[in-house]
Design a protein around this ligand. Structure first.
Ligand SMILES: *[C@@H]1O[C@H](CO)[C@@H](O)[C@H](O)[C@H]1NC(C)=O
Ligand SMILES: *[C@@H]1O[C@H](CO)[C@@H](O)[C@H](O)[C@H]1NC(C)=O
Ligand SMILES: *[C@@H]1O[C@H](CO)[C@@H](O)[C@H](O)[C@H]1NC(C)=O
Length: 234
């Protein structure tokens, strides 16, 4: 269904080069096809994954405070490796992408915040680096997917690929009911106040055709699934 709509839009755009009478119809179809708010569309189109994630054993047990500490330790070790690994990708992207200016600025800002977060996380656990951490299969796949997106797609899709982490964790933290003496309350507090809406202007500006929105949705869904699978295997 999605595909046939897409090819229909392409067909109409194509014909309108020849038949000027179709110009009005073409813009009507495109306005219908591209959501007004792509940032919101990506989240709502994949919200079933966020709801499935919230129901996973790891988060349910965190919520009730009876998650075995060893599982949380494993999760934290993987998370540190994730942060350091994605920081390295962001550093490469920051060096590579010089324009458009707003995209370049965004990547620079993300790199700085990932880097600072990674450094403070490493310091908090007295670690010099992550080279001895073996990624679990789920984390290995997630990180390879990031690298593949960076290598094969336009930089805007790397921005899309980072949004599931930003948006899902804030949503999960806000949707976990924990009382103050829950052993895991700090995870909720630390993750409740992120600002995923900072992604919104860029996504809504650059994902301006049905084709780009479809591609973004594929990337977004894949990375939502990777987040889900990280929690599911933790
Ligand atoms: C997701 O988007 C596609 C394409 O626009 C649409 O066909 C589908 O119904 C949407 N699904 C949900 C759950 O919103
Ligand atoms: C922690 O990770 C190791 C290595 O993957 C695994 O063998 C162990 O069972 C995990 N511990 C828990 C409590 O899940
Ligand atoms: C990031 O993780 C991937 C997948 O595990 C790995 O292949 C790559 O070498 C890692 N990058 C760095 C800088 O550690």
């Amino acid at each position: 269904m999605g595909l046939s709509l897409l090819s229909m839009v392409c067909l109409i755009s194509f014909s309108s080069n020849y038949v000027t009478g179709l110009d009005n119809r073409r813009s009507t179809v495109e306005e219908f096809a591209v959501p007004d708010d792509v940032y919101k569309f990506l989240w709502s189109n994949n919200s079933y994954i966020s709801h499935e994630t919230l129901k996973l054993d790891f988060l349910k047990r965190m919520e009730s405070g009876n998650l075995p500490a060893e599982r949380y330790i494993n999760f934290t070790i993987q998370d540190i490796n994730y942060l350091v690994n994605v920081t390295a990708l962001l550093r490469d992207l920051r060096d590579k992408v010089k324009e458009p200016a707003d995209l370049s600025q965004f990547l620079k800002g993300k790199y700085e915040s990932y880097k600072n977060f990674a450094i403070s996380f490493l310091n908090q656990y007295n670690l010099k680096g992550v080279s001895d951490i073996k990624p679990t299969p789920a984390m290995g796949k997630y990180l390879s997917d990031y690298a593949a997106i960076m290598k094969t797609k336009e930089p805007i899709y790397f921005v899309v690929s980072m949004l599931p982490c930003s948006r899902l964790w804030v949503w999960l933290a806000n949707n976990l009911n924990m009382n103050e003496n829950n052993a895991y309350i700090q995870w909720k507090i630390d993750n409740m106040h992120g600002h995923p809406e900072k992604f919104k202007p860029l996504l809504n500006k650059y994902l301006d055709t049905q084709e780009k929105v479809t591609e973004a949705n594929t990337v977004f869904r894949q990375q939502m699934q990777n987040e889900h699978d990280f929690f599911a295997t933790s």
